[in-house]
Structures are given as structure tokens and as C-alpha cells.
Design a protein. Structure first.
Ligand SMILES: Nc1ncnc2c1ncn2[C@@H]1O[C@H](COP(=O)(O)OP(=O)(O)OP(=O)(O)O)[C@@H](O)[C@H]1O
Ligand SMILES: [Mg+2]
Length: 390
């Protein structure tokens, strides 16, 4: 019996669509690999939760490894200062790099690696001390200097030992503090001044607030490349369903695909969830086909899972945020105006800025221009309307 190939909440086996975005990453990699120089400014992908930021970054990482890069992955979080994490991730990446030759050449590499790893540990601490001191006006120069030499040393080391260069991947960048963003942007700016010395590319992902946060953190933050990720097109949604099953010798009926594409509205997490619940409902043998009947049998399981996610988001909201969400849900599906939410809460529209910002920060709602917002998770509005205490 083939095993379930769908991956709700995990990196997909097949990354559907995203050809344009992958070309962006490949463009940076090609520049580093071909000219041994900096791949360009920070490339940031931004999107609400569940749209596929991490999946795209992981695919970029795989591509980089195939092209001979050493890659360092940092999952930024509010719990951990980001800059030391970058230092540690680079240390680990160099350590793991299997570009290390055996014999004498290998031991000299090891020696350099160890020296660098030791240095990495200490600058990490220094960087943090600097950042912690909060000199809001001037960016912490020492921290920038340390990160700069760390990235320079690490990327040239990779290159000297026959690698294409270093790829630094920063997921959840919106959780970095303004100071940390400022150090990062200033560092990349300085490295750009000596681009030919720095065979490095930096690719990041974050919630839709990230471009604004970066632009606030450094005046030239807007020189970064911001690319928003959208839901998958119908064709790509179908490919996301067909590909993984095909690899297990299992097909899909057209009606089943059409039903999931409609139900998921192209939201990648839902595509994986519905693919998975359909698969479990059918328990298909190799050579068989997944049908509309199996989709329908799987739906209640998917809805339960989605309801659990809705409950978790609701539970993580403060009382004020919950009132905001309730007013927003009551105003209807789709894009909701600030005025409608304020009216629903019975307050002035200026009074809703704080819960609005916090909910955007948490990825529960997203701005869609002209002051309009919408829910990021399908069905969340209906869930909120169904609550007794909302
Ligand atoms: N291009 C894609 N093709 C197929 N499945 C995808 C694609 N992108 C994402 N997915 C699936 O969608 C779900 C969410 O993906 P991912 O975790 O990458 O999103 P995210 O934007 O990083 O979310 P979060 O903000 O919560 O971290 C996962 O189950 C993943 O398997
Ligand atoms: Mg993610």
C-alpha cells in the first residue's frame, strides 16, 4: 500500500508553480556562482501564513545545494536573538559542508573551519550585546563590522574550497527586531561596496509586514527586493495534487481535483490538507484513482483540522483583538473597511489601529490596500460568526 504523500504543515514533496519566484532565486545564485560576487540586495518573499514561504525557501536551498553552494538556514523567532543564530547557522553549515576534501587539504580546511567556528561563537555574543544596548539613532557599528567579516570570511572560505558560494536563508524575518534588521541591511550594504569579494546571496521570507519593517529599520531598506507570494492558480493547485500521487502510482479523477481546487481556493495548506484527508479516506492501492466520493469522505476530517486552527488563532487573540475580529467577521466575507470594523465595535476608526496592527503582525488578517483588511485563513470569518461569545 503506497503511503500518503501529502504534507499539510510540512515542506511539500513537489513544489507546484512558483516558477517565477524560483527564477528570482536562481538569478541570485547564478550571479554568485558565475562571478563569485554578491548576489544582489536582500531578496524577500512575503505572504500570510500557509501560502508557502518556507516551502519556497527550502526549494531554493535545495537548488543552491545542487549548484555547489553551502547553505545556512535561520528560522528567526522572537524567542532567540537573530544575529547569533545567523553566526551559529553559518558555523554549522561550514562544518557540515561535504565539499571538504579528505587528506591534507581537508585538514587545513578543518583548521580554518575551527578557527572560524570559534570566532563565530564570540562575535555572536558581541553582536547581541551591541544590539541590546539600544542606540536607536545610529545603527550599532561594531555589530555590523562583525557580521560583515563573518559573512565575508565564510563566503570566501566556501569559494576557496571549490564551492559556488554561501546562501544565507532567513525564514520568519518579521520576528527580527528593528535593530537586528538594521544591522543585517547595513551589513549587506557594506558587502555590496566590495561585491567582488563576497560570494554570498541572502534570501528571506516573512509575513506581509516585513517590507514595511525593513524600510523602517534602514532608510535604504527599500532597496531590498520584495516579492509577494500569492495563492496557487487552478493549474498549479492541480499539479500540487497530481504530482505526489503520481509518484506513488495513484491517479485522481477530474471531478475530485475540481472539488479540491474549488474548496481550497488555491490556498496551499488547504490543498495539502484536502489531498491528505482524501488519500486517507480512500487508502488507495497503486494503480487506482482518487474519486470525488473519497474527497467527500475526507472533508469532515479536514474541516475538524481547520476548526482546530481557527480555535487556536481565536484563543491567541486578546479580548480587544477578538472584538475586532468579531466586528470584522460580522461585516462580511472578503475585504472589510476600517470604518465598518470601527462601527461594529462602536468606536472611532482611529481607535482600532493597535488591534489591527497586532492582528496583521500575527498573520491573522492582512492589509489589501486602501485601508481594507481580510482574513488570511479561509473560513475564519464563518468560524468567528459561529462563536457564541464573539
Ligand atoms: N508550491 C507549493 N506546492 C505544493 N504545496 C505547497 C506549496 N507551497 C506550500 N505548500 C504547502 O502549503 C503548506 C504551507 O506551506 P509553508 O509552511 O511553506 O507556508 P508558510 O507561508 O511558510 O506558512 P507560515 O507563515 O505558517 O510559516 C504546507 O503544507 C506545504 O506543504
Ligand atoms: Mg513558514
Amino acid at each position: 500500500m503506497p503511503s500518503n504523500p501529502y504534507t499539510p504543515g510540512q515542506v511539500p514533496r513537489i513544489l507546484a508553480g512558483r516558477a517565477v519566484e524560483m527564477r528570482r532565486i536562481e538569478g541570485l545564485l547564478a550571479r554568485v556562482a558565475t562571478y563569485g560576487e554578491l548576489g544582489g540586495p536582500l531578496l524577500l518573499f512575503h505572504a500570510p501564513r500557509g501560502i508557502g514561504k518556507t516551502s519556497l525557501l527550502r526549494a531554493g536551498q535545495r537548488r543552491a545545494v545542487e549548484s555547489g553552494f553551502v547553505t545556512a538556514w535561520v528560522a528567526c523567532s522572537r524567542q532567540q536573538p537573530v544575529l547569533p543564530e545567523i553566526a551559529h547557522a553559518i558555523g554549522r553549515a561550514l562544518d557540515r559542508a561535504d565539499a571538504v576534501p579528505s587528506g591534507a587539504a581537508g585538514s587545513s580546511w578543518r583548521g580554518q573551519l575551527e578557527r572560524l567556528t570559534v570566532e563565530v561563537g564570540i562575535p555572536g555574543a558581541k553582536v547581541q550585546a551591541q544590539v541590546g544596548r539600544k542606540e536607536a539613532t545610529a545603527p550599532p557599528q561594531a555589530a555590523i563590522g562583525i557580521l560583515e567579516s563573518l559573512l565575508h570570511d565564510a563566503s570566501s572560505l566556501v569559494r576557496q574550497h571549490g564551492g559556488a558560494g554561501l546562501l544565507l536563508l532567513l525564514d520568519e524575518l518579521h520576528t527580527a527586531s528593528a535593530d537586528e534588521m538594521s544591522v543585517l541591511l547595513n551589513t549587506l550594504q557594506n558587502l555590496d561596496g566590495e561585491r567582488t569579494e563576497n560570494p554570498l546571496a541572502t534570501v528571506a521570507a516573512g509575513l506581509p509586514v516585513t517590507p514595511e519593517a525593513l524600510t523602517r529599520a534602514a532608510t535604504f531598506g527599500e532597496r531590498s527586493t520584495f516579492v509577494s507570494l500569492d495563492v496557487l492558480s487552478d493549474d498549479d493547485a492541480r499539479a500540487a495534487l497530481v504530482g505526489p500521487a503520481e509518484a506513488e502510482g495513484v491517479g485522481w479523477s477530474d471531478a475530485a481535483l475540481t472539488a479540491i481546487v474549488a474548496e481550497s481556493r488555491g490556498y496551499p495548506y488547504l490543498i495539502q490538507l484536502l489531498g491528505s484527508t482524501t488519500w486517507d479516506a480512500a487508502a488507495p492501492a497503486s494503480g487506482s484513482r482518487l474519486t470525488l466520493a473519497a474527497v467527500k469522505r475526507g472533508l469532515p476530517v479536514a474541516r475538524d483540522q481547520l476548526a482546530a486552527m481557527h480555535r487556536a488563532r481565536w484563543g491567541a487573540a486578546t479580548r480587544l483583538e477578538q472584538r475586532f475580529l468579531a466586528a470584522m467577521a460580522a461585516a462580511g466575507e472578503g475585504n472589510v473597511t476600517r470604518a465598518a470594523i470601527a462601527a461594529g465595535m462602536g468606536v472611532d476608526s482611529r481607535a482600532i489601529s493597535v488591534p489591527r496592527e497586532r492582528l496583521i503582525d500575527k498573520g491573522v488578517i492582512e492589509p489589501v490596500g486602501h485601508g481594507l483588511v481580510r482574513f488570511t485563513l479561509p473560513g475564519f470569518g464563518a468560524f468567528v460568526r459561529g462563536l457564541d461569545d464573539a
